[in-house]
Ligand binder design. Structure first.
Ligand SMILES: Nc1ncnc2c1ncn2[C@@H]1O[C@H](COP(=O)(O)OP(=O)(O)OP(=O)(O)O)[C@@H](O)[C@H]1O
Ligand SMILES: [Mg+2]
Length: 574
């Protein structure tokens, strides 16, 4: 006798329901997705007893025709795809044709719909059996009621949490869709109490209305288009850091997704500004051609696979890093400190900065820093200035400064490296950097190989301020060096720049970047170099004017934040 038999339709649906319908919030997810796919512009969600008793989702979308009403809640019925090719080019949230069937198999469902003035129709589905089609109010759109969830799967029902806990899950689900579709109006009612009622609005307004009305003041915009990718949205300044995850939203083609690598890309852009256990806020919309992504990975469709996830990782990381580039917006405390200690630039002491007789490289950069600061201040329009009012050097290695929320620690070498790196790149593109003529020109001899490389990069070395002439076989005469460099060891430095340039060429996206990185690494102040207050101020100010003040060209962190809470915790004050 054969032991193998085909499972009944009802049992198949219940098995499928196990994957899709985990709790009331998953019903909300499926129904809201259907409403959005039907291009509804107003979606109302009515919940009773945390969804244990009723989940109702109504929309003003395209509606379901009377013929389709009979089949919509059957398994594998969909209007969204037809062929295998469609499966790899999904442009809707749903496509599996199983959500309604799954929900109907574990609840009592009623559907009422009206499509294009066809007159309204309603149908009930009990124990998976579709009832008779009855007339209903001819209101454009669809309304689906789901009652008694899991009444026939007691094992599942047992796992449901309290009304309050389940309702909280529903609220976060609605937020998820509300943030992805700010142009759609959402209303959420729980036990006759209106919880959410938001109209069509901008994403920024939506963030304030759905999360917290103070958020918009701390948002930094992300907006880039790169080839066939586009990324837009907002990341939060450090004022929006939380100690638990939950306010990180990444959408791919308007679908909420969870993707560890992409989260890491965003965290990576914040670099050392985040401590372990701190989570930044973000709402980011990624747009990619649908055929570059596979969304058919899991029935819930929250996981996706990308054709080229590393490319996306880099684009995302650099666009978030760009958004965080303005340090005064990212670490708002800096600007508060700045207005209290206007010591540099526009402050009362302007023009009275006393310079020691012998100028060190960083002081030589002061003038340039002032120019930077002026543009910087104009950009801020507040006249605020980055000041290092409280600034110390420790172990001739780190610069420490107090800010309102605690303190920041800056690694002097990598900070200077970042400044020089960006200066060098600008010099290659635009005006060359200043040079200081050597009193006693020096000759430098290279191997034939090295010499030919040197000749290739000589025009760029000139732009950095190295002036060299060919001087016999494989030899150059160095007449001037960049004004930022300490002189005395130019021979070693030029050689080191050449060596590390040749060795690390492949690590950088262009050879100019490679050259700028080796120059900045060797010309920057070192750990162990004592700095004066003015030098530290100049360095910090110039660092803040760079595009990426948080990490050096090799990817090492530049700034570490230590909050007063962290200190209080360590001292067991909290
Ligand atoms: N609110 C709605 N407005 C208009 N049509 C709807 C609505 N809800 C469901 N439908 C129709 O019913 C069909 C079945 O819905 P169901 O959610 O079961 O499958 P799907 O959305 O196609 O795929 P998935 O299982 O991935 O969600 C849909 O393809 C759609 O045509
Ligand atoms: Mg669906």
């Amino acid at each position: 006798m054969s032991k193998i038999h085909i499972l009944s339709e009802d049992l198949r649906n219940k098995i499928a329901a196990g994957e899709v319908v985990e709790r009331p919030a998953s019903v909300v997810k499926e129904l809201v997705e259907n409403s959005l796919d039907a291009t509804g512009t107003e979606i109302t969600i009515v919940i009773e007893k945390g969804g244990h008793q009723l989940i109702q989702v109504s929309d003003n979308g395209s509606g379901i025709s009377p013929d389709d009403m009979n089949v919509a809640a059957q398994r594998y019925t969909t209007s969204k795809i037809e062929t295998v090719d469609d499966l790899f080019n999904i442009n809707s949230l749903g496509f599996r044709g199983e959500a309604l069937a799954s929900i109907a198999s574990v609840s009592d469902m009623e559907m009422a719909s009206c499509a294009n003035g066809d007159g309204g129709f309603a149908v009930s589905i009990l124990d998976g059996e579709v009832g008779e089609l009855k007339p209903a109010e001819p209101v454009q759109g669809t309304s689906i009621n789901v009652r008694n969830l899991f009444y026939n799967t007691p094992a599942r029902k047992k796992f449901l949490k309290s009304f309050r806990v389940e309702f909280r899950q529903i609220v976060s689900m609605v937020r998820r869709y509300g943030l992805a579709y700010p142009e759609v109006a959402f209303k959420l009612v729980h036990d006759d109490k209106e919880i959410i009622n938001i109209q069509s609005e901008s994403l920024k307004e939506r963030i304030d209305n759905l999360l917290d009305p103070t958020y918009s003041a701390h948002l930094l915009e992300v907006n880039i288009v790169k080839g066939d990718f586009a990324i837009s949205g907002y990341v939060g300044s450090l004022n929006l850091l939380r100690s638990r995850p939950g306010e990180q939203y990444i959408y791919l083609n308007r679908r909420f997704i969870k993707h560890r690598l992409l989260n890491n890309a965003v965290y990576g852009a914040y670099q050392s500004l985040l401590k372990r256990g701190e989570y930044p806020f973000y709402v980011l919309n990624l747009v990619q051609p649908a055929d570059q992504v596979d969304v058919n990975v899991h029935p819930m469709k929250i996981e996706v696979r990308f054709k080229d996830e590393w490319r996306l990782y880099h684009v995302l990381k650099s666009s978030v890093a760009d958004a965080l580039g303005n340090i005064l917006d990212t670490i708002p405390d800096f600007s508060k400190m700045a207005s209290q200690f206007p010591e540099f630039g526009n402050g009362p002491q302007q023009g009275s900065l006393s310079m020691p007789a012998v100028e060190t490289p960083i002081q030589q950069g002061l003038e340039r820093a002032k120019t930077y600061m002026n543009t910087f201040s104009e950009k801020k329009e507040s006249g605020e200035d980055v000041s290092a009012g409280n600034i110390w050097q420790i172990h001739d290695k780190y610069i420490v400064s107090q800010i309102n929320s605690g303190l920041v620690i800056i690694d002097q070498h990598v900070a200077h490296e970042r400044v020089l790196f960006e200066d060098a790149l600008t010099a290659f593109e635009k005006a060359p950097l200043g040079a200081q003529t050597l009193l006693f020109p020096e000759t430098l001899e290279f191997s034939a190989d090295e010499f030919s490389v040197l000749l290739d990069i000589l025009p760029n070395l000139n732009k950095l301020g190295f002036r060299m002439q060919e001087f016999g076989k494989n030899t150059v005469m160095v007449e001037a060096i960049p004004s930022e460099m300490v002189w005395g060891n130019e021979k070693t430095i030029i050689r080191e720049i050449m060596d590390s340039f040749l060795e690390n060429k492949k690590k950088y996206s262009s050879w100019q970047e490679g050259l700028a990185a080796s120059y900045s690494c060797h010309a920057a102040v070192k750990a162990g170099d004592p700095l004066t207050i003015q030098e530290m101020q100049a360095l910090v100010n110039r660092l803040f004017a760079t595009n990426h003040p948080y990490y050096c060209p090799h990817g090492r962190p530049i700034i570490v934040q230590l909050s007063i809470e962290e200190l209080d915790k360590r001292f067991e004050r909290l």
